[in-house]
Design a protein around this ligand. Sequence first.
Ligand code: ZN
Length: 117
Amino acid sequence: MTPSAHDSGTVRPPRPIALRNAPKRLPARWRQRLPAPEAYYRQRIPSLGALRRDGWAQGLCPFHEDHHPSLSVQLDHPRGGWVCFAGCGRGDLIAFHMRLTTLPFVDAVRDLVENAR
Ligand SMILES: [Zn+2]
């Protein structure tokens, strides 16, 4: 690659240092490489109960001091939805992993694809 300022006649502003130094990219075909919700959630929520006929299971929520299972996770769908009925929120498996690890989206996806099994 050569500088093209002469050709284009325009000068691009420099990119922010953070973007230049840390080009975080999503892994190829990352959506298909995410861990299965059943394996992922069972590993991280030991209290998770049996899979119900509706595809969901209940366990203790890791995001608050939970004493009876407030967390429902969807094990039979690749998105792996979750909801805490005590008010911690809801989301998909990636959002759960972001919250658990405090990683931003791209890093959480990388971690899921490369490390979480
Ligand atoms: Zn909760």
